[in-house]
Write a protein that binds this ligand. Sequence first.
Ligand code: B16
Ligand code: MG
Length: 218
Amino acid sequence: MSKLEAVIFDLDGVIVSTDHYHYLGWKRIADEEGIPFDEKKNDRLRGVSRMESLEILLEPATRTYSEAEKTELATRKNDVYRDLLRQLKPGDTLPGAIELCDALRAAEVKLAIGSSSRNSPAILEYLGLDGYFHATADGNDIRNSKPDPEVFLLAAERLGVAPAAALVVEDAEAGVSAAVNGGFKCLAVGAAAGDERAHLSAPDLAQLTARDLQRLYD
Ligand code: B16
Ligand code: MG
């Protein structure tokens, strides 16, 4: 059996709470278009690509949208979201995230980001974390977003670690599916905590030690 060699962290909802900014961005578009949208619906967008998120948002729409209109809506949402991201600064990480990363690093476990977001590089830069992770893979690098495992497989490949020796940390149902589909073990946090497919669940990363994660591979 493999020992834990790497942890691949999802970004939005695991390292940083940009999920609320996504909600505010989509909510603005939904309100302008007269489409019902709430936090519960927003949970379905976690880990899902921008255009697939738009398709989910448009499900209750009373008219059809052309491809050009969809592109315009997604661009408008991203402009609102990018504006909100500018508030981020070093330290704006979720409770326990960096402490756990530092402890894993001290235990010589490799660290990666595996995110669907094309805005990942900007987010990591605002947080002062560009260069902190040993590898990153994000929405700019992949064709198939979660629940396809592509982003996590790419992150593992960039680390030089086999999926069986890497743990994925996720806050999204689609992300837990991606981890399982890729042959990774999964720690589910936040909105995904309690997902029965996960190997461990926690409300956030604050209560977890590096040893808690290593124990899954003993
Ligand atoms: P963008 P993650 C995901 O990030 C978000 O959870 C999801 O809500 C978003 O639609 C997706 O990134 C794409 O984001 O529009 O910035 O490219 O959770 O995979 O880190
Ligand atoms: Mg997420």
